[in-house]
Design a protein around this ligand. Sequence first.
Ligand code: BGC
Length: 759
Amino acid sequence: MKKLITLLTLILFLSFVANSQPLYQNAEASTEDRIEDLLDRMTLYEKIGQMTQLNITMVNPSWDQGDVILVEEAARDLISNHHIGSFLNGEAVPPQQWFEYMDGLTRIAMEESRLGIPIIYGIDHIHGASYLGESTIFPQNINIGATFNTNHSYQTGWVTAYESADIGHHWNFAPVLDLGVNPIWARFWETYGEDPYLASRMGEAYVHGYQGNEEIAPYKVAATAKHFLGYSDPRSGWDRTPVHIGDQALHEFHRPPFQAALDAGAKTVMLNSGEVNGVPVHASYELVTGLLRNQMGFDGVVLTDWEDIGKLYDFHRVAENYKEATYLAVKAGIDMSMTPTSLQFNEALLELVDEGRITEERIDESVRRILRLKFELGLFENPYPRNDRFDRIGTEESRLKALRAAEESIVLLKNENDVLPLQHPQQILLFGPTANNKRNLSGGWTLSWQGGDEEQYPVNMHTIYTAVKAQYPDADIEVISEIPISGSSDEIQLFFSGLERADMLIYAGGEEPYTEFIGNITDMTLQQNQLDEIAFLTESSTPVTLLMIAGRPRLVTDIIQQVDAFLFAGLPGFEGAEAIANILSGEVIPSGKLPYSYPQHTGHFVNYNHKPTDVYFFDPDVANHIAQGTENTSLFQFGDGLSYTTFEYSNFSLSSSELTVDDSITATVTVTNTGEFDAKKSILWFLSNKVGRYTRPVKELKHFEKIELAAGESAELSFEIIPLKSLAYPDSKGEPILDPGEFNLQVGSLDADFRLVHQ
Ligand code: BGC
């Protein structure tokens, strides 16, 4: 009997062990315990698989643009035999197609792989769910910067999560936190502009909106702060070309937006593909481990950019072969390789560990971070996509959010004789490449990498032509595609007599979509044929409005005097045309401000926060070396942006004219809408440090806020100057410096001095 009881107990125990759930699958256990339990069960090759991200083409070898289709055999091999933990990329297909693809991919990972580790899918939904058909498309970041309203950045992130979390997109390669300091750079429009403070606030708001969206429960999503660090300021202006930035400037200007996004909780970071100061960032222990991990305290997942381990040897040539490149990148501190079209990384890393050059402990460090990300996103509990809430995609409410963002992002830079707003016109003539075109309004990373083909854009999306027509239903609106510049004098005469009858000529010029190096150019000037056409139109007596639909400030210096109105519309997205029409008519009062300095000449440009000596200039008329302002280099200044109403600043005061390190000063100002229209207005506060240990920018944005004032209404605004927040700047090691002495605070046209004194 005793024997029987023992036997029964043993059988019970064994069956309990056999049926009991492994700890890592127990949602009640702590994340750290689950990670360790899972890690203990994994083979080295399984761990390396988690460190790998492969492109969609790997699970569909005959992938063609436009397809999001899974070839199960290919996926099965990669997931079951090579243990791949992450995939990326796609195209804007309908949600059901994404659902089926993600469901299939996930099912293989959960049901057919040895440990059932969920995959995490990465995608470039950088301005709305741009790789998903029927979604809401917001303006690109350069426009969001121009709104000076962080709510629009928040909403871009929020709506993106709302529309794409259900289809299994849990990892978005946004926000871009590079600074738009070089206006020729092909990725300029992906930035929030040239100012680190503006980019910091916008990036942080995006992370809050995207990762903080609780409506997407049971899902959670991860943002990516990219491209760490210094990517955006190549000397040549071309994508992925060498960058030289002094250490102090790297800390002062390029680091803050990343720090702000990390402080807001961004879960992942993508590295800069290029080199900084002679070292490719993917091989830089100093930047990845020294700065990002140790100094900035980031413990999330560091992802390489596209093929960037391979590029260490076949592009940068700092490694002899793929294996040495892998060694450099892993030593530098990467966690996951966006390989993305081979298993080279897996093979190389396996060999490196086998040879003892990289330890398994080092692999474990990265795998822990990757598993933590998957556990924190709840992927083990909710790995599968769902298709029962697609009515969330492209709602009217979300569309209106994108429209409001677009409206606030359009910058009115010239309005001679108040030709705008244009009310009750009888006839408007439209010209230029974007007069009746959809794709140019949204730029790259829209529907697909380089932007979709014209016919892929939503049928109900407005072009400028259809939006202007809807805005002025009683007027005659025409698009004229032929401008007879070199026609006979009779043709020209006829053409001009046609123009004379119109109330306004609108030229919608600028650029076509491009992404990354495809957008490299050698001259910032607007294409000559467009300049010629604009100049030709300005010979008529009818007012000419120039709309710049472009990802960067193409130079218009030669024709700016002749045009009557000029709007930088940037890349305002799917709702952009309606926003433009609303501004032309005055239904919406423009409130965008330039988030960068608009260059005047091809040969020279400076950012607004330049050093005093940056504009050291020889003027032969004065026969003397004199430091000039940016008026000589910038056609329009950072922060410029006209309205149809007027504002006045008054009652500017500081709570004290002196402070110590532990004090603060409160500055207040009254802003009054002195015009006739209710309007929005961004209030920008700048500080100048008059004498510094390191040379100081002439001024720096330290605070901004967007308000709405009815005609005649006033508001009192304030800004608290806290020395460590507003007056400190980093030295070349990133340690804060505070210079005692005189500072100047500016708001609107008003300014005041104060002193920072030792205690
Ligand atoms: C770009 C990244 C992007 C990645 C994945 C790279 O070429 O530099 O910004 O996230 O591709 O599509």
